[in-house]
Structures are given as C-alpha cells and as structure tokens.
Write a protein of this length. Structure first.
Lengths: 97, 97
DNA sequence: TAAAGTACTTTGAAAAACAAAGTAAGTTAA
DNA sequence: TTAACTTACTTTGTTTTTCAAAGTACTTTA
C-alpha cells in the first residue's frame, strides 16, 4: 500500500476538488455559482460535474426558476463520505510538512 | 480571484503531490524509492519527475553507486516554497469541512 | 556466455482537459 | 414585431496529459 493509496483519483483535480468543497459547505450550488467561484469556463464546469456525477459523488437537478433553466448540484451521501476520506488522505500526506 | 486560485496546477496530481511530499520530508529520494513509495510504474515516475523538473521545483542528480546508475531527486528552494503555498491553499479550501 | 536483472528512457495509444462554437429559450430595443 | 442580445447550459474537436509497454545500456548470475 503506497502513501497515495487513499487519494481518490476522482477528486484529483483542482476544479473537482473545488466543486466538492463547495458542495460540502453549501447544501447545493448551481451552474453559475460553481462557474464564478471556480473561475472556470462553461465547458469546464460541464465536464467536471459530469465526471463527478458519473461517479455518483454529486447529483444534478434541473428545474426552471421563473422562466430560466437552472441546474443545481448536490453532493451525495457517497460523495461526502468519499470526499472526507480523500481529505484525510491528503492531510496525512501533506500534514508532515 | 477564485477559491482555487492558489492551487498550483503543477502539483495537481496525486503522483506529483506524493513526489513533493516525499522530497519535503526527505533530503532526497532516488528513482526506486519514489517508485516504491508511490506504487507507480517506471514511465510514470519518469514523466512526473520530468514535469516537476521542468518547472524547476525539483532537481535531478545522476551518479553511479558502485556500478549501478542512480538518480536522485531533490526539491529546490522554489519547489519547497511553491509547495508550501499549495498546501496552504489546499488547507484553506478543504479546511472548512 | 547466455539468460536474467537493474535502472532508467522512449514511445505511442488512450484518456482527460479545455475553450470555442452551438443550441434553445427568453428579453430588450427600435 | 422582429432583429439583436442575453442566459444557461451542451457539444465538439483540438490539445495536453497520463500511462504502461517496450526499448536501451549496462551488470550480475548460473
């Protein structure tokens, strides 16, 4: 077992790390909130949320607010659990410095 | 300025994070040490060390130990500084959880 | 002296990241 | 009222990165 064994590949990118961090402290976030908070492009947010969705770490809800489409992202129970594990692994790795 | 602004892209991969962590606590590490500690393949170690070297975050020294070639990796002053910044940014981001 | 091992490096395919362009609806302004 | 613009994404295709298998240049062992 290597020292990076519990680093989860799914979170191993700054944008996905950012998305998860946001969804851990906020109940949900919508597309534009993620986009602004992370300073990423539309395509970027779309692909990273898609990969987290595929892993079932976040879920997506589409609705209309007034007449505007709105996409909300939530961390799933699994996502929260795995992210905590990831953080612990990160802290273990970098905590020594 | 986004919340992931100080996350350094150069360290934004578990293997490179691992390499730097190792080189922060150990004065140096050689190829096989990195390989074993990280459980990565040869090609993997080679390419990730190369990218860190290109960024001048680590330096490489090649020598012979007895008759065997041996490659040692050291973190540079810049590398240590930038890695600390990266860790601080990471902790700021995930510390809220 | 042939086969196996060591310590890397090179290569090329596969996957991931990215931004520009596209889509579909709503809004505003002339 | 219709053309131009905005919003909220999605799709597309190129570029970049990741990866492991194969290659290289020795050395060691049988």
């Amino acid at each position: 077992m290597s020292i990076i064994n519990n680093i989860n590949k799914a979170f191993d990118h700054r944008i996905r790390l950012g998305i998860m961090s946001i969804l851990m402290v906020n109940d949900y976030a919508d597309f534009n909130m993620l986009k602004e908070l992370l300073g990423a492009t539309d395509g970027n947010i779309a692909s990273h949320t898609k990969s987290l969705e595929k892993a079932e770490y976040i879920k997506v809800e589409k609705q209309f607010i007034g007449k505007k489409p709105n996409t909300r992202y939530y961390a799933t129970k699994l996502g929260k659990l795995e992210f905590k594990k990831h953080i612990n692994a990160l802290e273990k790795l970098i905590g020594k410095q």
